[in-house]
Design a protein around this ligand. Structure first.
Ligand code: ADP
Length: 269
């Protein structure tokens, strides 16, 4: 059996998915990107291969994607995260036909519109402003002395979400500190931040149009509060896959498998 690696080198995290020849997920891993994109990706892949007990030769093809995709020199090909996310969402859907993908990453957010055949029809990206990205969640957690993975649990305990007025994370940070000083509790601030991000994403989504089914992925889709805020602002349910942070890496792994089949190399192995 041969395996195919999809590596999504994001601004915050390196995500790796290994699929087998039958497109089944064999292994996956998330690790911090850090500042040495190439070295950290090589090490992350090495760790995953070691964990699975495979050898490097078992990985027949590697497709890289994400912000740092061009910096990883061992990839056989690299594809845009829009292409990989589209491929991964189709495979990761829980139910219904995925037409709209909302992806929030560590440093950008995007909305992708697919046609009925799963091909990319349109997309819009925000990579200019941190206020609609995971970076805002990380900044909030830091200021509240918490871990980003714990924000979601507090969202639903808020009596009423605070309105965050600042349109930029730098000013939002001062606003949050001032709200804490004025006695507002963490729950209200956290819910306020989730709604603030959700409103930005919905504005972005309206630029390409929102069609059923809406699929929400990227690391912040692990945050149940973020999911609720997005559903409230969209006024509809969203579908969150089982491994939302890995959708794009999974798509890249599936594209790696297709590319390998396309090369005909499998005939010789
Ligand atoms: P990128 O591809 O840009 O590196 P990711 O899709 O990996 O981004 O998302 C990173 C973001 O996801 C972080 O900024 C953080 O806000 C959020 N995140 C990561 N892990 C978790 C978690 N376990 N629970 C909630 N949020 C998370």
């Amino acid at each position: 059996m041969k395996y195919f690696a999809g590596i999504d080198i994001g601004s915050t995290a390196i995500k790796i998915v290994l699929v087998d020849e039958n497109e089944r997920i064999e292994a996956h891993q998330v690790s911090a990107t850090g500042s040495h994109f190439h070295r950290n990706t090589v090490e992350a892949l090495g760790r995953l291969i070691e964990q699975t007990g495979f050898s490097r030769g078992d990985i027949a093809y590697i497709t890289s994607t994400g912000y740092g995709r061009k910096l990883f020199k061992e990839a056989d090909e690299s594809v845009s995260e829009i292409t990989a996310n589209g491929a991964g969402a189709g495979a990761g859907r829980v139910s219904g036909e995925v037409r709209t993908i909302i992806n929030i990453g560590g440093q950008d957010s995007k909305v992708i519109l697919l046609d009925r055949d799963g091909h990319i029809k349109n997309f819009v990206m925000n990579d200019k402003c941190a206020a609609g990205t995971g970076r805002f969640l990380e900044m909030t957690a830091r200021n509240l002395g918490m871990e980003v993975e714990d924000l979601g649990a507090l969202h639903h305990k808020a009596q009423a979400p605070l309105t965050i007025n600042s349109t930029c994370t730098v000013f939002a940070e001062s606003e949050i500190i001032s709200q804490l000083a004025h006695g507002h509790n963490r729950e209200e601030i956290i819910a306020g931040v989730h709604y603030s991000i959700a409103r930005r994403i919905v504005r972005l989504a309206k630029r390409v149009g929102i069609e059923d089914t809406v699929f929400f992925d990227g690391g912040p889709a692990l945050n149940a509060g973020m999911v609720s805020a997005l559903e409230d602002e969209l006024m509809r349910k969203v579908v969150v896959p089982e491994l939302p942070q890995l959708t794009t890496a999974r798509g890249a792994a599936l594209l790696a498998r297709s590319a390998w089949i396309g090369t005909g190399e499998q005939v010789n192995v």
